[in-house]
Write a protein that binds this ligand. Sequence first.
Ligand code: ARG
Length: 461
Amino acid sequence: ERISLWGGRFAGGPADALAELSRSTHFDWRLAPYDIAGSKAHAAVLRSAGLLDDAAYGAMIDALDRLLADVRSGEFAPAPDDEDVHTALERGLIERAGADVGGRLRAGRSRNDQVATLFRMYLRDHARRVATLLLDVVQALHDQAAQHLGVAMPGRTHLQHAQPVLLSHHLLAHAWALLRDVDRFRDWDRRADESPYGSGALAGSSLGLDPEAVAADLGFSRSVENSIDGTASRDFAAEFAFVAAMSAVDISRIAEEVVLWATKEFSFVTLDDAYSTGSSIMPQKKNPDVAELARGKAGRLVGDLAGLLTTLKALPLAYNRDLQEDKEPVFDAIDTLEVLLPAFSGMVATLTFHPQRLESLAPQGFALATDIAEWLVREGTPFRVAHEVAGECVRVCEDRGIELWDLTDDDLAAINPALTPGVREVLSVEGSLASRDARGGTAPSRVREQLASLEARIGPA
Ligand code: ARG
C-alpha cells in the first residue's frame, strides 16, 4: 500500500501511470542526508515551540540518526511507491519511530520549503568541491607557467600569427579566467546563503516556529525574507548552472588549444601516455581524448543551463510542480565537472612542451612587424606612416620569400629613410618581448610579476 501524504480528501491512491510520472527518487535520493539534517533542525524548533515534548523529541532524533545510518549503509533505500526523497524518508522515520512520533514531524513544513532548502545545501557543498577542482587546474597551469618562464611562442589572433608572447603569459591567461570562475562560485554562495525552511507551502508557518534557528542549524547565515520567494525562486539553481557552464566553457578553450597543439603540424606539446588514448586500428595514434571530452562536455553544461532556464521561464508564483525539473540539469552539471576536472588537471600537469619548436615559430608569419611600426613611433614617426612602412617591409619580404630580419640596411633604407639599422634591436623575439613591459604585458619581468600575483591568490605551490 502506497504511503500517501494527502489521504484525507482522496477516495483512492494515484494511478500507476501518475505514480510513475511523479516519482523523482531516482535523482533526488542524493539529497537524503540533507533532508535528514533538515528534519533534525525542524524537530528542534518544534520542541522549542512546545509542539514536541522532550521524550518525543529524543525518540525522533534517535530515529532520524538511525535512519541516516541506514541510508548511508544502503539498508534503507527508496521503494517504488515512494514519490520522492521526502516521502521515502518520512516512511523510514515512521518505520523507526512509530506513527505517533514519526507523524508529528510534518507539522509546519512542506516539501516545498524542504526541497528549496535541501537543494541549496547540496549545491553549496558542491560549489566548494567544484571550486577546489578548478583550483587544481589553475595550479597545474601555474606550475607549467613557472617551469617554462622565458619560453617564447607565437601569440595569435584569428588563429593567425600576431605577436610573440611568452608561453607562461599564454598559460596564465587561462588561469586568470578559471580563477574568476572560482570567484563566481564563492560570490554565488553569498546569495545562496539563505534558508527557505519555515516558508511552509508558500505563506509561512502559523505554529510559532523559528526559521532563523533552523537556518543557523543548517549552516545558513539567515532565513529568507519572503516565504513566497523562498519556495518559488530557483535563480540560485540557474546561477549555479551558469557558473558551472562558464567554467566548462573556459576549460573547453584550453582543451581546444591542447587538441591543436598536440597535432603534428603544431607539435607544441606531447601528451602523457596516462592522459591520451590509442586507436583500435591505427597503431601510431595517440589521441587527446581528455581535451576532446572536455570540449564536448562544455556543450552539455550549456544545455543544462538552457534547459533549466526554459523550465523556469514564465512560471507563476509560488511553487509549481514544474520545479521538480530543476534538479537533474544541475546535478548533471556537477557530476560532469566532478569527473572531468580531475582528468583535466592531470592532463595539463603532465603536458610536455617543446620549447625549441615554440621558440622557432614565435617570430614566424612576420610577427615582428608591429615591433617595426612601434620602433618607428618611438623614433618620432606618426603611427599611420609607421604602419604603412612596416607593411611595406612585410610585402618586400613576402615577394622575396625572406623574413624581416633578412632585410639588409640598404633594403630598409630603400623602403623608408627612417628605417635606420637601429631597428634591428626590435627584430628579435627577445627584443620584442622585452619591449612590452607595461603592466599585464608579455615582457619577462611583467610575467614574473603576474606569476607572483597569481601565487598570492592561490597560495604557494
Ligand atoms: N519533489 C518535489 C520537487 O522536487 C517536491 C514536492 C513538492 N510537491 C508538491 N506537490 N508540492 O520539487
